[in-house]
Write a protein that binds this ligand. Structure first.
Ligand code: ZN
Ligand code: ZN
Length: 410
């Protein structure tokens, strides 16, 4: 079992490095009931760090599944006004938001995939304001993960429940650098490294990025004028820095939504609403998805791509070295927070507004005209392999190699 010292470091990282909680600020913690212990530690540490008030929203996979199974689609799609009001209250209060992401990857397995998709779209629509507030950094937010037994056993299927949880904690502790003498300092150093990579890409101001590997990915993705590569820490709209994901290993930006051409083939399975999509490809022409296929989870992939117009276009391109401590674990975590940090990835759906300069001066329409995609969804899928080749193409046509054999060249 993970010791208390590491759990305290974990909470401290989420509060001080993650959301960078300020004195008297309100904090919202989303947490599965199964991991109540970590919510309690976070709440205590948050108050010790000066939180004004801390709210906890509990989630329970078992209840979510029962609702999805038995309640009618109409009922589930009718999101109560009080839930929307609650979100508006959070925005008004300028809360910081810590989400403990630890869902059972198979929570909805075997249920009606189309119903799940429509319900989740309705819920995303109703929560659009709140989603936008996090995506455009009005609020400071941070996603972390702790093991649940179902999740741990999915990752370590040969272990019994308690062994699996211990093993997953061990992996997370390594990935989150909780075994370092000073995990907070280790994260500051790591963030500085990633920022240097982002600076290198920004200084080059590439017109497009070309990705290619033996698996069949061969795609050129254009970038908006004045795009910004981001890594690790970001500035919220109040000017305070925060780290949206712990762990994070990626350097990412928003593609120009009308410029992707070519084919991408997944490198890791995509776990979407508890369903696995694997052995899939997506083909783009002038940014739009023109063809796709999957040996596993085709209907789920189709549902995802057909969510709205925006899910037919890319919203993110992210570079991750194969040297990432998550890649080195060499296993699928069935959890985007970890899997997306193991491998270069793309996302279909909404692009992050902060990936273009002066985004604060641009409204939704102007951002869209600049090329930043819009959608109710943002779903990452992994394409990076150990042989990944990535090059940047400059405005004058020169090519600069960025990745060779899955790693940064400099
Ligand atoms: Zn990403
Ligand atoms: Zn993403």
């Amino acid at each position: 079992m993970i010791d208390n010292n590491k759990l305290n470091h974990f909470a401290e990282l989420a509060i001080k490095v993650g959301v960078n909680l300020q004195k008297d600020q309100f904090l919202v913690v989303n947490c599965p009931v199964e991991c109540a212990y970590i919510a309690r530690i976070i709440v205590e540490q948050a108050y010790k760090a000066g939180a004004g008030q801390v709210f906890v929203n509990w989630r329970d996979d078992v209840l979510s599944r029962l609702n999805m199974q038995y309640a009618s689609e109409d009922v589930l799609k009718d999101i109560p006004q009080w839930q929307i009001d609650k979100n508006d209250y959070y925005i008004k209060k300028g809360v910081a938001l810590i989400s403990v992401a630890a869902s059972d990857p198979a929570v909805f397995a075997g249920l009606d995939a189309a119903k799940i998709r429509r319900v989740s779209t309705a819920s995303a629509q109703a929560q659009k304001n709140f989603h936008n507030a996090t995506m455009s950094n009005v609020l400071r937010w941070c996603v972390v993960s702790v093991p649940t037994s179902k999740w741990a056993q999915k990752v370590f299927p040969d272990c019994n429940e308690s062994e699996a949880v211990d093993k997953l904690w061990e992996a997370i502790a390594t990935i989150m650098r909780l075994d370092k003498d000073d995990p907070t300092k280790a994260w500051q150093d790591h963030c500085d490294n990633l920022s240097d990579r982002a600076e290198f890409l920004n200084n080059n101001a590439f017109k497009a990025i070309h990705l290619k590997n033996a698996k069949g990915t061969d795609v050129t993705i254009g970038l908006p004028d004045n795009h910004v590569w981001l890594a690790a820490k970001e500035k919220a709209q109040d000017g305070v820095e925060f780290l949206a994901n712990i762990p994070t290993e990626e350097v990412f930006t928003a593609p120009h939504r009308l410029t992707a051409n070519g084919r991408v083939v997944n490198a890791l399975p995509l776990c979407e609403n508890g369903e696995i999509i694997d052995d899939f490809f997506i083909e783009f022409k002038d940014g739009r998805i023109v063809d796709f296929g999957a040996k596993q989870g085709y209907e789920t992939l189709k549902g995802l791509i057909e969510t709205d117009e925006g899910t037919h276009y890319l919203g993110e391109i992210a570079l991750v070295s194969k040297q990432s401590p998550i890649a080195k674990q060499n296993r699928l975590f069935f959890n985007t927070l970890f899997d997306e940090n193991a491998s270069c990835h793309l996302a279909i759906g909404k692009g992050y507004p902060s990936c273009v300069k002066d985004y604060l001066q641009l409204d939704e329409k102007q951002l869209f005209e600049r090329g930043v995609n819009n959608s109710v969804e943002h779903v990452d899928f992994m394409i990076g392999t150990p042989d990944m080749f990535v090059e940047g193409i400059k405005k004058d046509g020169t090519h600069v190699t960025i990745f060779e054999n899955g790693d940064w060249v400099k």
